[in-house]
Design a protein around this ligand. Structure first.
Ligand SMILES: [Zn+2]
Ligand SMILES: [Zn+2]
Length: 151
């Protein structure tokens, strides 16, 4: 099915309010060239925790390369789609916090996308040798699971 790229409705960086840009390589991923943050919709967020997707890694890397603003990451951010407050979710294995809208996806501040992807890769590597599956599902896992639970 052809995918038409649709910018978030409001299309503005929740950190620094610059316009978010899409990335043609991956649908559902938008980045801010000013502060280096990345917004990933739920499908893309799932890829982030399930695979070490090199295109996604590259997006995180390139988005943070050109940043010119150090955002205030202590502020609660609004979802770029629905403007509701995003939920702070600790990713314990990555020692960072991301911001999640259960409806629309996850916001990663500059550098967090790569940090989270690498942490999940380590977690998968450790979990592979463990029986049963590791009990340490992070809140991000839970939220993503909620997002993908059939209605
Ligand atoms: Zn920004
Ligand atoms: Zn939202």
């Amino acid at each position: 099915m052809p995918y038409r790229e649709v910018a978030p409705k409001h299309g503005v960086c929740p950190r620094c309010f610059a316009a978010l840009a899409g990335w043609s390589a991956i649908p559902g991923v938008f980045y801010c060239g000013t502060c280096g943050g990345v917004m990933a919709d739920n499908a893309a967020s799932k890829r982030i925790v399930e695979t070490l997707d090199h295109t996604l890694l590259d997006i995180g890397f390139r988005a943070s390369l050109g940043r010119s603003v150090e955002p205030d990451t202590t502020r609660i951010v609004s979802c770029p789609d629905c403007l509701a407050d995003m939920k702070r979710v600790e990713v314990a294995s990555a020692a960072c916090e991301v911001d999640v809208c259960a409806e629309h996806g996850t916001w990663f501040d500059a550098g967090e996308l790569e940090t989270v992807m690498r942490a999940y890769r380590h977690q998968r590597a450790r979990g592979a040798s463990r029986v049963p599956a590791p009990p340490s599902a992070t809140p991000l896992d839970d939220l993503l699971a909620d997002s993908f639970r059939p209605a």
